[in-house]
Design a protein around this ligand. Structure first.
Ligand SMILES: [Zn+2]
Length: 228
């Protein structure tokens, strides 16, 4: 599909649901996680999947902390894609932990892997401010480990998160998969609960391996959303 036809498909939908990934945030200056993976494998540091685990947080706190801190881009702002989706008032299920859909004002939002805008202490459960976490991973009040409210590789998605995502799908007449290769599970398997009559579209630089796509725009998501 052309960008214009895709933009029209979005605007013609009564109840679109957006499923978004890293490709919607690169325009905000947030590098795709996979480009960081490249840096780490070539410099011989510890495996990023390990460093993004609860196990690393507990056993290897210093390395875990210095890796996790690189995921923070406090200067990043929502871009035209986040803003267009928020303006449409459409539900969003995102893999991104950057909090930019929330910042853009999306109300019906499921941050499937959590968000680095919220932090708490593992030991006492107290909420901790982002700036305090970026200053120190030890909780000043009790000495416990502070962590972002995200789902690490060795953790399960919360049942309530999945329920909320499934709920958003129930009324969808179309689903737009944006800026993700759609290979992360269980995120990608959410598509299985989409209503059978819902039309599924993909907007991504690479094609997505889904058999029942109504249409694909192969390219940068910004080409489509700047028309909305
Ligand atoms: Zn504490």
């Amino acid at each position: 599909m052309q960008a214009k036809a895709m933009a029209e498909a979005i605007q013609a939908s009564q109840r679109p649901v957006f499923m978004t990934g890293a490709g919607v945030s690169t325009l905000s200056g947030i590098p795709d996680y996979r480009s960081m993976t490249g840096i780490y494998t070539t410099t011989g540091l510890k495996n990023p999947e390990y460093l993004l685990s609860r196990r690393a947080m507990i056993q290897d706190s210093k390395d875990w902390y210095s890796f996790v801190k690189q995921l923070y881009h406090p200067e990043a702002k929502p871009n035209l894609i986040h803003e267009a989706i928020a303006r449409l008032g459409a539900p969003v299920i995102t893999q991104n932990i950057d909090g930019l859909h929330a910042q853009a004002g999306s109300q019906e939002l499921v941050e499937f892997h959590g968000s680095i805008r919220q932090h708490y202490c593992e030991q006492c459960g107290q909420d901790v401010k982002t700036e305090d976490f970026l200053d120190d991973y030890r909780h000043k009040a009790c000495g416990g480990l502070v962590r972002p409210d995200v789902v690490f590789y060795d953790e399960a998605i919360k049942a309530e998160t999945i329920e909320k995502a499934v709920e958003l799908f129930e009324t969808a007449d179309s689903i737009f998969i944006v800026g993700t290769t759609f290979k992360v599970y269980p995120f990608a398997s959410l598509i299985d609960v989409a209503p059978p009559e819902a039309k599924i579209y993909a907007i991504n630089r690479e094609s997505i391996a889904l058999g029942n796509l109504e249409g694909t725009y192969l390219g940068d998501a910004k080409d489509v959303f700047e028309l909305i």
